[in-house]
Design a protein. Sequence first.
Length: 250
Amino acid sequence: MRIDVLTLFPEFIAQAAGVGVVGRAVERGLVAVKAWNPREYAAGNYRRVDERPFGGGPGMVMLPEPLEACLAAARADGAMGPLIYLSPQGARFTQARARALATTPGFLLLCGRYEGVDERFIEAHVDEELSIGDYVLSGGELAAAVVVDAVGRLLDGALNDAASAAQDSFEDGLLDCPHYTRSERLGTAGVPEVLLSGDHARIARWRRQQALGRTWRRRPDLLARLALSAEDRRLLEEFIARQASRADAP
Ligand code: ADE
């Protein structure tokens, strides 16, 4: 896969794509992340990339010409797939979108700065607009890093244990269950007994119930979107009943 990022801060993207799971995916040749700086394609001695907006008002807007030349250079170099503009006006980026993007040969990300990008560039060249949440960042780079990370870790061979991605939060629309590990200091203190039982069916059932219960408690909006199986409903009812009987429930 190939991800091309149009950004005034290419070093930011190089950093984000250079560490951890995504850094390893790059090393393994699963994904190439290439940054393109519109400033290098801007005309004149000052290499202007922004201008005051028509109609007045505060702030500057990114000019279309450097973006157009930068995009053309990336495409000529082989950048492929849709151009995705990261902005607070976009559709919410989700695990489902990450999963879909991870099956494609590539895409391009456009990072805005200042007050945004000239609308005519967006209309002519942008295929999709994505937001990573209802807050305003000072630029699209952090959002692009989020997309690169969420997609990169899903590529076949990126995670050392492929099964772990399937168990992530949101993969089945639920939050993840709690995890415990062998800690020298804590030992088995506070670890639910079932996890020490070696009974894999019981453990799987407990994990499912915790995932359902946590989602019910913390993100009822997610739960409302799911059609739970009869078994899931039973597990959740049991969880809720147990909560109600525990006055000190967290
Ligand atoms: N750029 C600025 N804020 C953003 C957000 N919330 N999501 C994506 N891109 C952004």
